[in-house]
Design a protein around this ligand. Sequence first.
Ligand code: GAR
Length: 200
Amino acid sequence: MKRIAVLASGRGSNFQAVIDAIENKQVPAICAMLITDNPEAYAIERARAKNIPVTILDFATYPSREAYEKALLRAMEQCKADLFVLAGYMRILGTGIVKAFSGKIINIHPALLPAFPGLHGQRQAIQHGVKVSGCTVHFVDESLDGGPIIVQRCVHVQEGDDEETLSSRILEYEHRCLPEAIRLFCEGRLIIDGRNVRIR
Ligand code: GAR
């Protein structure tokens, strides 16, 4: 069994999808920790409901980003996790953390990367007028949402879609994609080959 830790900043519906997939034995893992930068995150309730330990690092209480990152690095080391899953974690990880856990951090993003990185991927898709968007799970590197891609799903943008309707349709696919990527990782089936991720 692999140990995973989840980082989330808000609602935590992707975190819930991961919890459910582990419970249903679709993902051979133990969720060892939820780490959040937001003491108000609903993800905390979801963790407590399943007796998953929670580390709250309230970003607002740290004197600097560096101090926060230092605490986060320490918390991540203490998890002894095989994999860290960013599930709606709304901060950019510092270089120190990315280097310390190279190939061990994945992120779910609500667009078909490399299109629309950063915040509000769904809003960017609507504003750009694309006909197809979707979601991406990728390894985290030092770029902004630019690391090697593991899985993607397409979602058609429909006539009359706004940010909210598109987001909720993309979210349904996120809830399937993220557990799938974690399963592949935990089964040892992901091979990072330069920019490419091969699935064996
Ligand atoms: C999800 O749509 C996720 O893809 C997005 O935040 C939402 C979190 O929802 N993440 C990003 O935009 C990261 N740049 P959730 O808290 O219900 O899982």
